[in-house]
Write a protein that binds this ligand. Structure first.
Ligand SMILES: Cc1cc2nc3c(=O)[nH]c(=O)nc-3n(C[C@H](O)[C@H](O)[C@H](O)COP(=O)(O)OP(=O)(O)OC[C@H]3O[C@@H](n4cnc5c(N)ncnc54)[C@H](O)[C@@H]3O)c2cc1C
Length: 441
C-alpha cells in the first residue's frame, strides 16, 4: 500500500507542498481538500483581476492536480465536513494550508462604521469570493482612503480608478465592474505611517501607477529624500527602495491636468481615528517622522482626510480549526518550522503569517515536505477510501478536479469579449452549471 497524505487548502502554500510530495515520494497519494469548488486560494480570490499574468501560475498547479497520484476534493470544508482528528485517523500525514483570511484590525475608534472594510473583504468582493459577494460597498463617493502602502494597497487603488476600458480585459466580477465604473470617486489617498523609503511596494507594481488612463499619482516632493539614510536596511533592500524613490520622483513630472482622478501617496501619516457619525466621513491622522533606524515618532500635528470609503490594507491573520494550538501574537497556527504535532504540519500563510509573494511559499513548503517525509512512521493508512466513505455518508457534494475543469471551461466560454473569464460566484452556481452540463452529456 502507498503512503496517503492530505493537504488542506489549495492555495500556493498547499499546491507547492503537493508538488513536493509527488516529486519526492513516488509511491504516495495526495488528497487536496478545499472548502470552495474552485481551487488555488488567493490566486483566484486575492491577486488583482488586472494582473492576469500573475494568475497564470495556476497552470502549474493544474499540472500538479493532473498527476494520477493526486486527487482534488473541492467543496469540502475541514472543521465542517470533516475534522483534523478525523484526517489524522485516515492519512499517514496531514498538511494544513488554509491561509490567513481574517483582516487585521486597525485598533482605532470608528473602525466599525459603514463603508470601512479590511482588504481581504474588499478584495474578495471585487474578485467574486463567495464569502464577500454581499459586501456591497457604497462607491458613490468623492474620495477614498486606503490605509497601507504595499502592493495590496496599490491593487485596491487601481481597481478604484481604472477605466471601464482598462478593466474590460480583466475578470473583475460584473457587480464590482458596475459599481467601480459608475463611481464618481476623484481622489484616492494611500496612507503610510512611514515614508517612501519604507513603503513595501514592488517596483513593477509602483510603476503601473504612472501608466493609468484616467488617474495620476500625486506625491509631495518634500517626502522624497535626496540621500537615503536607512541604517537598518540591507544593501539589497536599499537598492530596491532607491529604485522606488526614483519611480516616485518620476511621478512629480506628471501634469495632473488632463486626468479626472488622482491617487495620493500620503506618507508620514498615522491614522488615529475613523471619523463619521452614521457612516465614514474621513480619517484623522497624526503626522509622523521616521528616524535613521526606521522608528516612527508622532509629531502631535493632526490632519483630517475626507473619505466616504476606507479600506485597510494592513495584513491578515489565520484562525484555529478544531482547537488547534494558535499563536495569537503572530496570527498563525503554533508550529515548529512547519511541524504542528505528530504527523500534522502547516505551510503557507497559516504557518508563517501573511507576508511574502506567491514564490515565497515554494521553498517554504518544500522544506516542510522534507521534514514530513523524514518523519513518516511505519504505519500505512488508507486515507483515500476512508475519506470517500466519510464524505459520502454525510452527503457532501465533492467537486473533483475533472469537474472543476468543466466549471473553468464554462467560465471561460462565458467571458465577455477581451476578458479572460466570467466567474461564477457561489458554490451553488458552480455546481448547478456543472450538473446541467453533465446532464447534457
Ligand atoms: C489581495 C492580495 C493580492 C496578492 N497579490 C499577489 C501578487 O500579485 N503576487 C504575489 O506574488 N503574491 C500576491 N499575494 C500573496 C499570495 O497570494 C500569497 O502568498 C499566497 O496566496 C499564500 O498562499 P496560502 O496557500 O498560504 O493561502 P491561500 O492562497 O489563502 O490559500 C488557502 C486555501 O485554503 C482554503 N481553505 C480555507 N479554509 C479551509 C478549510 N477549513 N478547509 C479546506 N480548505 C480551506 C481556501 O479556500 C484557500 O483556497 C497577494 C495576497 C493578497 C491578500
Amino acid at each position: 500500500m502507498s503512503r496517503t497524505i492530505a493537504v488542506v487548502g489549495s492555495g500556493p502554500g498547499g499546491m507547492y507542498a503537493v508538488q513536493g510530495l509527488l516529486d519526492k515520494t513516488p509511491d504516495c497519494r495526495v488528497d487536496v481538500i478545499e472548502r470552495l469548488p474552485s481551487p488555488f486560494g488567493l490566486i483566484r480570490g486575492g491577486v488583482a483581476p488586472d494582473h492576469q499574468k500573475t494568475k497564470r501560475v495556476s497552470k502549474a498547479y493544474e499540472r500538479t492536480l493532473s498527476d494520477e497520484r493526486a486527487r482534488y476534493l473541492g467543496n469540502v470544508e475541514v472543521g465542517r465536513d470533516i475534522s483534523v482528528p478525523d484526517l489524522l485517523g485516515m492519512y499517514d500525514a496531514v498538511v494544513l494550508a488554509y491561509g490567513a483570511p481574517h483582516d487585521n484590525r486597525l485598533g482605532v475608534s470608528g473602525e466599525d462604521l459603514p463603508n470601512v472594510y479590511g482588504s481581504n473583504a474588499f478584495v474578495g468582493w471585487y474578485n467574486g469570493h463567495p464569502d464577500f459577494k454581499d459586501l456591497a460597498p457604497d462607491l458613490e463617493i468623492d474620495s477614498a482612503v486606503i490605509i497601507g502602502v504595499g502592493n495590496v494597497a496599490l491593487d485596491v487603488a487601481r481597481v478604484l480608478v481604472k477605466t471601464k476600458k482598462e478593466m474590460s480585459v480583466t475578470d473583475l466580477v460584473p457587480y464590482a465592474a458596475n459599481a467601480t465604473e459608475a463611481s464618481p470617486v476623484k481622489d484616492v489617498y494611500m496612507l503610510g505611517r512611514r515614508g517612501p523609503v519604507e513603503a513595501a511596494f514592488t517596483n513593477v507594481e509602483l510603476r503601473e501607477m504612472g501608466e493609468l488612463e484616467n488617474a495620476d499619482p500625486v506625491i509631495d516632493p518634500d517626502h522624497l529624500p535626496g540621500n537615503i539614510v536607512a541604517d537598518y536596511m540591507s544593501d539589497r533592500d536599499l537598492r530596491l527602495r532607491e529604485k522606488n524613490v526614483e519611480t516616485m520622483r518620476s511621478f512629480l513630472d506628471m501634469s495632473h491636468a488632463e486626468k479626472d482622478k488622482r491617487v495620493h501617496f500620503g506618507f508620514f501619516l498615522s491614522p488615529v481615528e475613523i471619523l463619521g457619525k452614521n457612516r465614514v466621513e474621513g480619517v484623522r491622522c497624526e503626522r509622523t517622522t521616521v528616524d535613521a533606524n526606521g522608528k516612527v515618532k508622532g509629531t502631535g500635528e493632526m490632519v483630517d482626510i475626507p473619505a466616504q470609503l476606507v479600506v485597510t490594507c494592513i495584513g491578515s491573520r489565520a484562525f484555529p480549526i478544531d482547537n488547534l494550538p494558535f499563536n495569537d501574537d503572530w496570527g498563525t497556527i503554533e508550529n515548529d518550522d512547519g511541524r504542528v504535532s505528530d504527523r500534522l504540519y502547516a505551510v503557507g500563510w497559516l504557518k508563517r503569517g501573511a507576508s511574502g509573494t506567491i514564490g515565497t511559499n515554494k521553498n517554504d513548503s518544500l522544506e516542510v515536505v522534507d521534514k514530513l517525509i523524514a518523519e513518516l512512521d511505519g504505519a500505512e493508512r488508507d486515507g483515500c477510501s476512508a475519506i470517500d466513505k466519510h464524505l459520502s455518508d454525510r452527503s457532501v457534494r465533492v467537486v473533483t478536479f475533472d469537474e472543476w475543469q468543466i466549471i473553468d471551461c464554462l467560465e471561460i466560454e462565458a467571458a465577455p469579449e477581451g476578458a479572460p473569464r466570467k466567474k461564477f460566484i457561489t458554490a451553488e452556481e458552480m455546481i448547478s452549471a456543472l450538473e446541467a452540463t453533465q446532464a447534457n452529456g
